[in-house]
Design a binder for this molecule. Structure first.
Ligand code: ZN
Length: 506
């Protein structure tokens, strides 16, 4: 980056931003510890440690010094190319700072404490499968999301403000039109596949499998994919996640299951997709707001690309099945690549989002996106959410009314407000779009995957996605990587082709 002599304000700005990043990463490490090794008795102390660190990071960032330095740095980088490290650092810092300053600190604190309280009520409500117990917390959460949207500001819909914070450049209308395209494709497809269910036998996935063997295999596989274990590690947690503390330390967690259906492998591959993204961001962007994924949606594109477009593809299983057999022995006796790959891709409508197959997954997100908007706009009462949920579940997936626990109480996300789900669908769409572009550049990609050679694909992603960190908005990044803005077309084409192959339709 710039030299001290030519850009003194930018140099000083980087130092201050580096401290902000250090504080944030220290908080993230405490969170990682909370989910992995902390004894249950640590909860209260940990909450105050986290809130202190997060407050210090926020205060340091929105300080008068940062504003003053940023203004001078903006003058220093004038005329530099848009994609240069210097111009990008100043532009992205300005964007982050504007949003951070619009949110009053009492609202930040109110959201944090409401989320913590809601999460503990949610656990009880879910255990009792009783929506009415959680409803008062959701009332508060919706109200805080509305206040947040008012603070950020929006022209058309409150959700616009929320999406602006996570997926810069996108709007509710744009997301709604992507969903409309998906819905028109998916509803008839799901109905058609329900009639063809007998064509795919997935009983192999219900076979029990050894937990230690799952963990050893998943570690072997993610190392082969390109996850660098000298800068990472795999631990266990109730919900798998990825946590990064800088280019030299990006960790993931996984969770073994009792059967092949819930085995650790694809959860590890998913998190390794997140982790390899972070490991691929250059050191030159370290300790700045440019270090990290472009957005939650782009981040999810990396995990889903490896989990679904690689990990559920036939060529991958040509390479992986012998390894699965070596690790699990009898569990996969008599299973060939074709049977296993088709089983893994069977479309089965489920109540639970995290268990959903690739085809029905986006309908779970659509349902949540619609309910969130109706709540935010006052068109749906919190008490009526289970009814709205059941009606859509029936329309989209032909499922009967679920219990509250298997319905609107299944996810923890609403404890911390609205707007978190859309990144999952954006991730699916972006993953397919990137893969389509990668295939143009790597015509023998399937042969590489079948031979366990993943460095070609990883190198392509490093070059087109990872090395840019947070420099670009999701649309800018996808446009540069693939030649088009984010769209639903590549995902629809991918699913059509795959379903035809899995179900043996001509
Ligand atoms: Zn993920």
């Amino acid at each position: 980056m710039s030299t001290t002599a030519t850009r003194p304000a930018l140099t000083r700005l980087r130092e201050v931003l580096g401290e902000v990043v250090d504080l944030q990463r220290a908080a993230e490490l405490l969170q990682w510890d909370q989910e992995t090794y902390m004894p249950p008795g640590g909860v209260e102390d940990r909450a105050s440690q986290l809130s202190t660190l997060q407050r210090l990071a926020h205060e340091r960032f929105v300080s008068a010094e940062v504003s003053r330095l940023l203004e001078r740095a903006e003058a220093e980088v004038e005329g530099l190319p848009y994609e240069s490290d210097e111009a990008s650092l100043v532009r992205v810092t300005r964007r982050d700072l504007e949003l951070a300053m619009r949110v009053p600190s009492d609202l930040v604190a109110a959201r944090a404490s409401a989320a913590a309280r809601a999460a503990s009520v949610w656990r009880e409500a879910r255990a009792a499968s009783d929506w009415s117990r959680f409803a008062p917390e959701l009332e508060i959460s919706v109200d805080l999301s509305r206040r947040l949207a008012e603070a950020i500001g929006y022209e058309e819909r409150p959700y616009d403000a929320l999406i602006r914070m996570t997926e810069p450049g996108l709007t509710t209308a744009r997301v709604a039109s992507l969903f409309a395209e998906l819905k028109a494709f998916l509803l008839p497809l799901v109905r058609r596949l329900a009639d063809l269910a007998d064509r795919v036998d997935d009983r192999v996935l219900d076979r029990p499998c050894d937990r230690d063997a799952q963990l050893a295999l998943s570690l072997e596989v993610i190392r082969q994919l390109g996850y660098d274990l000298s800068r990472g590690r795999q631990d266990l947690s109730a919900h798998p996640f990825c946590a990064s503390f800088g280019p030299g330390d990006v960790r993931l967690t996984t969770r073994p299951g009792a059967t092949l259906r819930g085995a650790a492998l694809l959860a590890s591959v998913h998190e390794a997709g997140h982790a390899m993204y972070e490991q691929g961001i250059p050191r030159s962007l370290d300790r700045t707001p440019l270090w990290g994924g472009a957005s939650p949606g782009v981040h999810e594109s990396q995990s889903r690309l490896w989990e679904n477009l690689v990990g559920r593809a036939r060529p991958f299983w040509e390479w992986c099945l012998p390894r699965l057999r070596a690790a699990l022995g009898e569990t996969v006796a008599g299973v060939d690549v074709d049977l296993f790959w088709r089983a893994l891709n069977k479309v089965r409508p489920t109540y639970v989002r995290v268990d959903a197959d690739e085809v029905t997954y986006n309908l779970h997100i659509l349902l949540r996106f619609e309910i969130e908007n109706e709540l935010l706009e006052g068109r749906l009462r919190v008490a009526d959410v289970p009814d709205a949920w059941a009606a859509r579940l029936h329309e989209y997936l032909a499922l009967e009314r679920p219990t509250d626990a298997l319905g609107p109480l299944q996810d923890i996300h609403w404890c911390s407000g609205m707007g978190h789900f859309v990144g999952y669908t954006l991730g699916n769409l972006i993953a397919a779009q990137l893969m389509e572009a990668a295939r143009r550049d790597l015509p023998d990609l399937d042969r590489q995957l079948a031979g366990g050679a993943f460095e070609g694909l990883l190198g392509w992603l490093r070059e087109r996605v990872h090395r840019h960190g947070r420099k670009f908005t999701p649309d800018e990044l996808v446009q540069r990587a693939t030649g088009s803005p984010i769209g639903a077309g590549p995902w629809i084409a991918y699913v059509e082709t795959k379903v035809r192959a899995v179900y043996g339709l001509g």
